[in-house]
Design a protein. Structure first.
Lengths: 336, 281
């Protein structure tokens, strides 16, 4: 057997395992940050019992979920009901494969990683819709249909807004996009319109406040997750926070130079040290956007469903199209 | 005119400021507020959702007062005169004062208080000893006393308090539980449900109609001893509210006219019985 093929398989297995393991602390950290930061913004103290300043609170939540009874409704469609959380979680975990954490620290450095990423992250809507359908509960179904309408609508401006970056950099590879930004500066400077469109659309795509109509507790109990309990519910919960991390990471990669430091990347740092340095900047920038999202959650009320759809089709889509046109024209005229 | 989006930014600024603002949470078990030694909690006499005074003259406040500064008299919800403190003071006090203390408009009592009715002391003593004077048996003892007398005479309650060495205020408070009467009922017992469901669906109108028809207030009996009117929150007929109970039968939902009709039926039946009894002579 070809040794390089074996090496490739081994590398792939190792990378996927590591990424799957990475989702757990990532979700725990973000959930803790959310609990603590929202509490502070509401003049409360927040978690403070488990560990210093309550840092193990979210981990305890995770273990609590593991210990809970896993109930399946009597009328539920059992196979799909069981499969749905897995689909949602795997959509999030699989899209982590192409995230460029640092130079050389990419599980799957493909030429078309942008396409792969947006194809895989779009799969989660299937999981949510299946969960809503299989639960045999009207709130779940409403939540599932809302998620389908919302995520399908917002995928269009989301994808169109990054085409500007792709045209500028001339590549569908995240690594190339970052390398382009090393020379030309962060893409957000070139895409002052594309970035806000992407940010709003990505917030809607991962069902974060103020676009969390999918699981609007005050209207439809918990949406698609109404009938879920135990670790199956935990998977949805995990997927939500892992998606937040992933979307922030992709945002940083596409518009804020990914692993690049705000100042020129020191050339003498290469190999392992360079990877660590890049990882530091990537994680730092990503968590800044995670914190901004939490800040928004503490501030903004949920918008109505008609406002949500109107924004996607009447505002974001035209803006993204005009942005695309202008970017293409500039690239052609100035031969960038 | 405000700039579009300024509201959003304002909100973000508010949450950002709050992030660093001092927190209001008091971490209770570890951090305790400093309380003055003589603090006994906040006394709050307020009104219920129907605008009636919550004070039922239960004496609980008098009981917990550390310097025994509270003595009171008044009327309970059944219209019975009750008192706490030194009797020689209260015997001198006139009723309007007691009404005022109970938060009620002054009115004369129809029922002369039966608080001085004699009770069979040996019976009560045997009853208490049967339960080894255990405090948790208080309700069972009340039940046995009510089974014999049809209500809980004050003398019996005093005796139970002495025998069981339970504070009078506590005995009286327990007797205020649903299911116990502090006065004998005479004639037909008409209970107007005063639960929230019945009151919201027109129970007050029923009570007003019956008060007018019978000419008595809740807790009182008519002059001919044919009817006793009372309100209780435990008729337990929320599905057919507003409901009333006459003796053991529950009626509802009723309009004031239907309630009057039910009373008239019984009045006529009583009249024809009286005539039948009187005709041979």
């Amino acid at each position: 057997m070809d040794f390089s093929l074996l090496l490739g398989i081994g590398r792939f297995v190792l990378a996927t395992t590591l990424l799957l393991l990475l989702t757990v602390p990532t979700a725990f950290i973000i959930i803790y940050l959310e609990l603590k930061m929202i509490a502070l913004m509401q003049l409360r103290i927040g978690p403070n019992r488990v560990g210093p300043a309550g840092i193990f609170q979210s981990a305890i939540h995770g273990f609590k979920v593991l210990g809970k009874e896993d109930v399946t409704p009597d009328q539920a469609d059992r196979p799909t009901f069981t499969l749905a959380p897995w689909m949602v979680f795997m959509a999030a975990a699989m899209s982590m494969l192409v995230i460029p954490f640092a130079p050389g620290l990419v599980a799957f450095d493909s030429e078309i990683s942008v396409v792969y990423f947006f194809a895989i992250i779009g799969l989660s809507v299937v999981g949510l819709l299946v969960a809503g359908w299989a639960s045999y509960n009207k709130y779940s179904l409403l939540g599932g249909l809302r998620s389908a309408a919302q995520m399908v609508s917002y995928e269009i401006p989301l994808t169109l807004s990054i085409v500007g970056v792709v045209i500028l950099t001339g590549s569908l590879s995240f690594t190339h996009i970052i390398e382009w930004q090393r020379i030309h500066g962060w893409a957000v400077i070139w895409q002052l319109v594309g970035f806000p469109v992407f940010y709003i659309a990505s917030t809607a795509e991962i069902n974060r406040t103020p676009f969390d109509l999918v699981e609007a507790d005050s209207e439809i109990v918990a949406g698609f997750a109404t009938e879920y309990s135990g670790m199956r519910f935990g998977f949805f919960f995990f997927a939500e926070y892992v998606s937040l991390f992933i979307m922030s990471g992709i945002l940083v990669t596409l518009f804020f130079g990914g692993w690049l430091a705000p100042w020129p990347f020191p050339a003498q740092l290469s190999g392992f040290a360079g990877s660590l340095y890049g990882l530091f900047w990537f994680i730092l920038k990503t968590y800044i956007f995670v914190l901004i999202s939490i800040w928004a959650r503490a501030t903004l009320p949920r918008i109505r469903v008609d406002q949500l759809m109107g924004m996607a089709w009447k505002a974001l889509l035209p803006i993204a199209l005009v942005n695309l046109l202008v970017t293409a024209a500039v690239v052609v005229i100035f031969k960038l | 005119m405000s700039i579009p989006g300024s509201g959003l930014l304002n909100g973000f600024a508010t949450t950002w400021r709050n992030l660093f603002a001092p927190k209001v949470t008091r971490q209770y078990p570890e951090v305790r507020p400093t309380i003055p030694d003589r603090w006994r909690g906040r006394l709050d006499l307020i009104y219920d959702p129907f605008g009636e005074h919550k004070c039922e003259v239960c004496f609980q406040c008098a009981q917990v007062c550390p310097v025994e500064a509270i003595d009171m008299s008044g009327f309970d919800t059944q219209g019975n005169r009750i008192r706490y403190g030194m009797p020689e003071i209260y015997d001198e006090r006139v009723d309007p004062n007691a009404y005022r203390r109970a938060g009620l408009a002054a009115r004369p009592m129809r029922n002369p208080a039966r608080w001085d009715d004699e009770v069979d002391a040996a019976f009560v003593r045997k009853l208490v000893e049967g339960y080894d004077a255990r405090p948790e048996a208080l309700v069972a003892i009340f039940g046995a006393v009510q089974a014999r007398y049809g209500y809980l005479p004050e003398r019996a309650l005093r005796l139970i308090s002495d025998l069981m060495t339970i504070h009078w205020a506590q005995v009286f408070g327990a007797a205020g539980l649903g299911g116990f009467r502090l006065l004998p009922s005479e004639g037909h017992l008409i209970t107007v449900c005063s639960c929230a469901a019945c009151r919201f669906s027109g129970g007050d109108a029923l009570l007003a109609a019956l008060r007018e028809d019978l000419g008595v207030a809740p807790g009182e009996s008519t002059a001919d001893r044919g009817f006793t009117l009372e309100t209780r929150p435990d008729v337990g007929a929320g599905a057919i509210s507003p409901a009333i109970r006459i003796d053991t039968l529950v009626y509802g939902p009723l309009t004031p006219d239907e309630a009057r009709h039910l009373v008239h039926q019984r009045r006529e039946a009583a009249g024809s019985r009286a005539m039948a009894a009187g005709s041979p002579s």
